[in-house]
Write a protein that binds this ligand. Sequence first.
Ligand code: ADP
Length: 164
Amino acid sequence: MNNRKFSAVYPGSFDPPTNGHLDIITRASRLFPNIIVAVTDNVNKRHIFTLQERIDLLKKSTENLESVEVLSFSGLLADYLEKINSFVLIRGLRALSDFEYEFQMALMNRKLNKKIETIFLTPDQSYTFLSSSMVKEIAMLGGSTRDFVPKCVELELKKRFGNR
Ligand code: ADP
């Protein structure tokens, strides 16, 4: 494996990637020399985009950010971090409602591997209400997602749901 010492890993389902995710990736890329966006297939979640589609959409949306790499992983995140020798996790905190889950995850990951540190970034205020599930719901109900997602995601949602 490459030297990942200065990489930070931003894990998530990204189903689909939103402008909120991109805001966090951009902020993280100003703090760390390399960002690995690690896309997961969470069996407990019903995805509308396949793993490969989510990877492709993220690659397209981050093509202007040279230091960003998009990869996928399965299984325990703590094991994946050990495998790639990178121990900084990035997570986004939108509001108090995210806090409990994110706090629990951060402590559990540290329990599983004490080298792991989680860093929380907050997005621009305009993205604090934005979530992938909200975007999916809008698209499925025929609304426009233009203001919430990168262009390539908007086009893909349009193809799928025929929304405006
Ligand atoms: P997961 O299934 O891991 O929660 P998500 O793709 O929903 O995957 O989210 C990945 C990370 O991005 C999480 O830390 C989540 O809080 C954060 N996130 C999601 N939407 C936003 C947003 N609009 N602004 C900032 N962070 C966000």
